[in-house]
Write a protein that binds this ligand. Structure first.
Ligand SMILES: Cc1ncc(COP(=O)(O)O)c(C=O)c1O
Length: 413
């Protein structure tokens, strides 16, 4: 078995199967480029989190799908039926979640650089919880609240615990500065958290929770640092309770992902849930629920992108599989993060003697428009289908029409 195989992507007769169907046949039926998502895989991953909470915690769990990862309507409905909650980061995400049937009580809005218009839109949704990203945001909130005089608005505080973790400098979301020196814009600084709770209550808001999100794309080696951040969160929650606030929930954000790379260990999600549950129980906090916000984890490896090879080109000793999609329009992560890796499989011939080092080149006017550089695979030919794995998260949702190319069709099977 290959390291990347799951119930969703498998190999039969040296051909790639996606959700139990021949990948090349799917490409033939729907055309390429094509995103294919697997319902069963998403539900399996959801169940793993749900089961881990049932095993390790006596508190109810809120699995808040970070819909920015992939707001496909079918995926939202699937998760809503399973009892998921939603992490939404813009009024349009809130509106999309409502349209998919999520009750407002199951939506947490976590904005950044939030505008008055954003606040107006989310305050209008009865029962939704608004996560506060800055002490200064309360001034705007106070101003907009006057338009909703009789309303009780639930709020929580996104704090920045002073340490963060992510696979790339651009997705480390806590701490003072990211690993490349960028000042981190998210969350309320530790020393200001109690005063934000106090002022929020004084202004007539109803504070109900504490939230953190450290970053994205953790691997096994990150577990120690993540545990330290859980400890910080629990200590801060105790301080908040001592200051006279009752916390309904603690939300530990997202960050744990699927396996993108053979060489990196998988983040131990179940141990993480056990650790959170144990730390909260030991601290004797009176919280009623624990929350996580998985994005990548639930949908990342439940999606592939199928690409058709137009021709194979040789130039100065380089071999290119020239495909019918562009990274920016389909799987932009490698173009945005550089260190992001997506495994690429020759769907019609997964293994073979005549392997070559292939650069998979997209159809955009940009040198960086490559899905993978010098990947060893059986030599494709014109008409071959290549599958880009782990294309379920932050691919369609980050895709643009750069070069006025279309964004591919999506199928959920
Ligand atoms: C507030 C918040 N929660 C959750 C997530 C989901 O992160 P991931 O997809 O790594 O689980 C993000 C991602 O940016 C986020 O900003």
């Amino acid at each position: 078995m290959n390291w990347w195989e799951t119930d969703f992507v498998t190999v039969r007769g040296n051909r790639l199967q996606v959700a139990g169907q021949d990948a090349a046949a799917l490409a033939e039926r729907y055309g390429t480029p094509l995103y294919v998502y697997g319902k069963d895989r998403i539900l399996e991953l959801y169940a793993r989190l749900d089961d881990a909470f049932s095993r390790h915690s006596t508190l109810p769990a809120r699995i808040c799908y970070a819909m920015k990862a992939n707001p496909h309507r079918g995926i939202l409905r699937l998760l809503r039926r399973r009892g998921a909650w939603i992490d939404a980061v813009s009024p349009n995400e809130v509106a999309t979640a409502l349209k998919a049937g999520f009750p407002p009580e199951r939506i947490l809005f976590t904005g950044t650089s939030v505008s008055r218009a954003d606040l107006r839109a989310v305050f209008a949704v009865d029962g939704l919880t608004v996560n506060i990203d800055a002490a200064e945001q309360l001034d705007l909130m106070n101003e907009v609240k006057r338009e909703f005089p009789s309303k009780s608005i639930r709020v929580s505080v996104r704090w920045n615990p002073g340490i963060g973790r992510g696979f790339n400098a651009r997705v480390i979301t806590a701490g003072r500065r990211s690993s490349d020196g960028t000042p981190i814009k998210f969350g309320v600084e530790a020393k200001k958290v109690i005063s934000v709770f106090t002022r929020a209550r004084k202004l007539g808001f109803h504070p109900v929770g504490l939230h953190q999100h450290l970053g994205s794309g953790w691997v096994r080696e990150d577990f120690g640092m993540v545990q330290a951040a859980v400890d910080r969160m629990v200590r801060k929650a105790r301080e908040i309770e001592k200051a006279g606030f009752r916390l309904e929930f603690l939300d530990f954000g997202g960050g744990f992902g699927p396996r993108y790379l053979r060489s990196r260990g998988v983040f131990p999600v179940e141990d993480y849930i056990a650790y959170i549950s144990g730390a909260v129980a030991k601290a004797g906090l009176s919280v009623e629920a624990l929350a996580l916000e998985p994005g990548k984890y639930l949908v990342g490896d439940a999606g592939v992108l199928l690409l058709g090879v137009e021709y194979v080109k040789e130039s100065y000793g380089n071999i290119f599989a020239c495909v019918d999609g562009g990274t920016f329009n389909t799987v932009p992560r490698p173009a945005i993060y550089l260190s992001a890796h997506h495994e690429i499989i020759n769907a019609g011939r997964v293994e073979g003697q005549s392997r070559a080092r292939i650069t998979v080149a997209g159809n955009l006017c940009e040198t960086g428009d490559v899905f993978g550089r010098e990947r060893s695979m059986p030599l494709p030919e014109s008409g071959s289908i290549l599958a880009v794995l782990c294309a379920g998260a932050y691919c369609r949702s980050m895709a643009s029409n750069f070069n006025l190319r279309d964004i591919p069709r999506e199928v959920l099977i």
